[in-house]
Design a protein around this ligand. Structure first.
Ligand code: ADE
Ligand code: ZN
Length: 323
């Protein structure tokens, strides 16, 4: 039922979208050993800290513009085959620099892959620069300054990923001020590994239009009402939450509760091969859990496009594809 539903996702980390097969191919190219974090055709990790090790290990094997073009094209063509019409990818210049690539070459390579996928499938894509929280406020501010220079026309937003339990949101407020002043769309990971307090801090200090995850706001009903009233959009990633054991099973996940409370929700794959997920899988997961029909599911896509960090003419074209 869900295959023909038009889809969009706003929350996918491009380095986290590399399949183990693609990473093995890259490892062969560079003569590297991936046995520490890939076994057979799966990533191996058992908690968030180990997940980050696998994520960072895979990222070090993308070292050139061509590597990143291949990664972006492969990811986008894969989701276009699942009927996705739009995606925003989180891009992390810190990961590129750690792999020996300049931010400019990183963005150009990704943009090449985006252009190739648009040509072959019609899918639209934009990039959101993220700072990595556990690298500290200075690094996140540097990422924000880079984003504020608008280094590529496809870069339309700024966000923060990484270990949510590191530091306080207020420490990163300046980075978000820099990005907001530059006119970038703002999103921040909160309410994934930490609870409602983390979401409240994010709203107070960062004033994002979207929250990465945000679902643990459900632990505080007053906060849920605030999110619904302010129209803050949640980039929900239920499959990721199950894989990282934020919730034991889908029936314990607050997605449907938040929806009934009037919170605007989108569906996202986060780091798909790490979590045994894909955007198609996310739509199927919630449809099976709560009996959503095609109109309900298209509603999540519409919310995503309404909340997208994109120019108005393109938004109108994308919305027109949902009618
Ligand atoms: N970076 C990549 N995936 C992430 C996640 N699920 N949470 C926080 N930071 C991340
Ligand atoms: Zn994420």
């Amino acid at each position: 039922m869900t295959q023909h539903v038009k889809k969009a996702e706003l929350h996918c980390h491009i380095e986290g979208a590399a399949s183990p097969a693609l990473v093995r191919q890259q490892a062969q190219k560079y003569g590297a050993d991936v046995s520490g974090f890939i076994k057979g055709d799966s990533y191996v990790w058992s908690d968030f800290t180990e997940f980050l090790v696998a994520y960072d290990g895979a990222a070090t094997l993308f070292r050139s513009e061509e590597d990143y073009a291949l990664l972006a094209r492969t990811y986008l063509e894969g989701i276009a085959a699942q009927n996705a019409i739009y995606a925003e990818i989180f891009v992390s210049p810190d990961h590129a620099v750690a792999a020996g690539l300049s931010p400019g070459a990183y963005f150009d390579g990704l943009a090449d892959g985006i252009a190739q996928a648009k040509l072959s499938s019609g899918i639209e894509c934009r990039m959101i620069i993220v700072g990595v929280r556990h690298l500290g406020a200075e690094k996140v501010e540097a990422a924000a300054r880079l984003a504020s220079m608008r280094p590529h026309p496809l870069i339309t937003g700024f966000g923060m990923a990484g270990e949510e339990r590191f530091g306080k949101v207020a420490d990163f407020a300046r980075a978000f001020d820099i990005a907001r002043d530059a006119g970038l769309g703002i999103t921040i990971h909160a309410g994934e590994l930490a609870g409602a307090e983390s979401v409240r801090d994010a709203l107070n200090h960062v004033r994002p239009s979207r929250l990465g995850h945000g679902v643990r706001a459900a632990e505080d009903e007053a906060l849920v009402r605030r999110i619904a009233e302010q129209g803050v959009v949640l980039e929900a990633c239920p499959g990721s939450n199950l894989a990282l054991k934020v919730y034991p099973d889908i029936s314990s996940h607050p997605f449907d509760h938040l929806r009934r409370a009037g919170v605007k929700l989108t569906l996202n794959s986060d780091d798909p091969p790490h979590f045994g997920s894909s955007i198609g899988h996310e739509y199927q997961l919630v449809a099976d859990a709560w009996g959503y029909d095609a109109a309900d599911l298209t509603g999540f896509t519409r919310t995503a496009i309404q909340a997208a960090f994109i120019d108005e003419p393109t938004r109108a074209i994308l919305l027109g594809q949902l009618d």
